[in-house]
Design a protein around this ligand. Structure first.
Ligand SMILES: N[C@@H](CCC(=O)N[C@@H](CS)C(=O)NCC(=O)O)C(=O)O
Length: 204
């Protein structure tokens, strides 16, 4: 069994889908959480100056979605045909686009501008995308792609707290019950549940 180390901050963010997939795979991975204090120095050890990184037997790899796709392939969660793999990718990329688009609000340093952008996005961008995610999940039997468990579910569930943070809707899963179905599909898997229970509550 390869030795895996996940390097990320002490939060879910882009690191959690990787951790959830490793838990699903039954890997005894090391969960290295870098503190903000240590980050400027640690940054020099990363592949592209960012995290998450996944260390496989001493070699580091970057880009969270590429890593999730790799783990999905490894654990038989990546579809059975190239077309199924494409369908997973299209939905995962949609989620990534959403996060990148929302970054204009989330990472705006000018508080006044941030609030103004949040107001604008809350009227159109956020509801349109949330409705679209909801629709996708309803059409996919409570999953985020292919109507069955795939690595896309792990990305959705792992990102979920970040999505809530972005849209500022703390009970998002109540407003969109389909979202809860994906989360339940992932977190009810015994190995994933054991990982989440051992971790306890963390920041987004
Ligand atoms: N596309 C990359 C984005 C990685 C990324 O933006 N990482 C952020 C944390 S979520 C980071 O390392 N920020 C610190 C920095 O850039 O100095 C991925 O999905 O892995």
């Amino acid at each position: 069994m390869p030795k895996y180390v996940v390097h990320y901050f002490n939060g879910k963010g882009l690191g959690e889908p990787i951790r959830l997939l490793l838990a699903y795979g039954g890997e005894d991975f090391e969960d290295h959480r870098v503190s903000p204090k240590d980050w400027p120095e640690y940054k020099k050890n990363t592949v592209f100056g960012q995290m998450p990184n996944l260390d496989i037997d001493g070699k580091k790899y970057a880009q969270s979605i590429a890593i999730c796709r790799y783990l999905g392939n490894k654990y038989g969660l990546a579809g059975d045909t190239p077309e199924e793999a494409l369908e997973i990718d299209q939905f995962v990329d949609l989620l990534v686009d959403f996060r990148l688009k929302a970054a204009i609000v989330t990472y705006e340093k000018d508080e006044k501008l941030k609030e103004q952008r949040y107001e604008e996005y809350s009227k159109d961008v956020f509801p349109e995308q949330l409705d679209r995610f909801n629709d996708i999940i309803e059409k996919n039997n409570g999953h985020y792609a292919l109507g069955k468990l795939t690595w896309a579910d792990f990305v959705f569930a792992g990102f979920f707290d970040s999505i809530k943070f972005i849209v500022r809707i703390p009970d998002l899963e109540k407003k969109y019950p389909a979202f809860q179905r994906v989360i339940d599909h992932v977190y009810s898997i015994p190995k994933v549940k054991a990982y989440a229970d051992a971790l306890g509550p963390t920041e987004f």
